[in-house]
Write a protein that binds this ligand. Structure first.
Ligand SMILES: Cc1ncc(COP(=O)(O)O)c(C=O)c1O
Length: 305
C-alpha cells in the first residue's frame, strides 16, 4: 500500500513529495512544525490521533508569531491529517509531522512578502526515549534560546539547531538526555520535551515564561495529576540543584511520552528506580491515548470513519 504526504494542496506519494534546494525554509529554518502521535487500539480496531486540536491551535500561534499563513483552519488541518492516515491505511502507531514553511525559492532572510505552504507526512516511530529503565540525564553546558532570540513558544524549525547541540552533547558524554537551563540559569526543559520533578509530594514544572515549549503532554500530565491522581501541581521557577534532590522526575512530550529520569549529573533520584507517581501517570497516559478512558475521548480523533 502506498504511503502519502500532503504537499502544495494535494496528496502525493511520499517519494514524490519534494521541495527545491532554494526553499526559504530550508535556507533559513523559517518553518514551524508539530509532532503528533496516533495510537492504534487493538481493542477498538481504531487509530486515534491524540489531541490534534491542541496541536493545531499551537501551530496557529506559531504561524502568528512567525508571520506565516497556515492556509487552513484548525478543523481543516485535523481533517487533512485524518485523511492522510486513512489513505496510508496502516493499523499501527504513527508519528505525524505537519509543517507550515516559507515556500518561496529565494535568497534573502526575512519573513514578509514570501509564499507559505502547509505539508504533512506520517512515519513510524517507536519510543523516542526509553520509557522503562529510568534515564541518565545531564545539565547541558548550552543555554536555551530565549523568547527574545528565538521564541520556544512557537515550534520554529530553526530553534532545533539549539536542541541538536543540547542533545548531542548529552549523547557524546554518555547520557541519555539533557536538561537545559534558561539564560539566567533556571531549569527550562529537555532537548525536545518538558520536565516535571516530584518534590515533597507535589509535581513541579517550569512556567511557560522560562523558555519552554508549552507542551501538550505537559498539559495532559497537569490535568491527570490534579483530576485523576489528586497530586498538586506547582508551576514555578526551578533551581538547578532542585533536580538533585527531587523524589522523582520525568520528561514528557509527544515523542518522549512519559519517560522517567533515574539520575541527574550523577545524583540518583529517590532510590534510582522508576517512582510510583511517574508509573501511575504512565499507566493512565497509555490508556487514554488508546481511547480506553471514556472521560478523555474528546482528546482522541478516530482515523477510520
Ligand atoms: C522543545 C520541546 N519541548 C517540549 C516538547 C513537548 O511538547 P508536546 O508535549 O506538545 O509534544 C517538545 C515536543 O515534543 C519540544 O520539542
Amino acid at each position: 500500500m502506498a504511503t502519502y504526504a500532503y504537499l502544495q494542496g494535494e496528496f502525493v506519494p511520499l517519494e514524490e513529495a519534494k521541495i527545491s534546494v532554494m526553499t526559504h525554509a530550508f535556507l533559513y529554518g523559517t518553518a514551524v512544525f508539530e509532532g503528533i502521535r496516533a495510537y492504534w487500539s487493538n481493542e477498538k480496531n481504531q487509530l486515534y490521533i491524540f489531541r490534534a486540536k491542541e496541536h493545531y491551535e499551537r501551530m496557529a500561534n506559531s504561524c502568528r508569531i512567525m508571520r506565516m499563513d497556515k492556509k487552513h483552519s484548525v478543523e481543516e488541518m485535523i481533517e487533512l491529517t485524518r485523511k492522510l492516515l486513512e489513505m496510508n491505511g496502516k493499523k499501527s502507531n504513527a508519528y505525524i509531522r505537519p509543517v507550515v514553511y516559507k515556500s518561496s525559492t529565494v535568497v534573502g532572510v526575512k519573513l514578509s512578502g514570501l509564499e507559505d505552504d502547509f505539508l504533512i507526512f506520517a512515519t513510524d516511530m517507536g519510543d523516542y526515549l526509553d520509557i522503562q529503565k529510568g534515564l541518565r540525564a545531564k545539565v547541558t553546558s548550552w543555554r536555551h534560546v530565549s523568547d527574545n532570540s528565538i521564541p520556544m513558544r512557537c515550534k520554529v524549525n530553526g530553534a532545533y539547531a539549539n536542541a541538536a547541540l543540547i542533545k548531542t552533547e548529552a549523547l557524546d558524554d554518555g547520557y541519555d538526555e539533557a536538561i537545559v537551563l534558561t539564560d539566567d540559569g533556571h531549569v527550562s526543559e529537555g532537548s525536545a520535551e518538558n520536565i516535571f520533578l516530584l518534590r515533597d509530594g507535589k509535581l513541579v514544572t517550569p512556567p511557560e515564561t522560562d523558555d519552554i515549549l508549552p507542551g501538550i503532554t505537559r498539559d495532559t500530565v497537569i490535568t491527570l495529576a490534579k483530576e485523576e491522581l489528586g497530586i498538586p501541581v506547582e508551576i514555578r521557577r526551578i533551581d538547578r540543584t532542585e533536580l538533585y534532590i527531587a523524589e522523582e522526575a520525568f520528561f514528557c512530550g509527544t515523542g518522549a511520552q512519559i519517560a522517567p529520569i533515574a539520575e541527574v549529573d550523577h545524583r540518583p533520584l529517590g532510590d534510582g528506580s522508576v517512582g510510583p507517581v511517574t508509573k501511575s501517570l504512565q499507566e493512565l497516559y497509555f490508556k487514554i491515548v488508546r481511547g480506553q478512558v471514556e472521560k478523555y475521548m474528546d482528546w482522541c480523533t478516530p482515523v477510520f470513519i
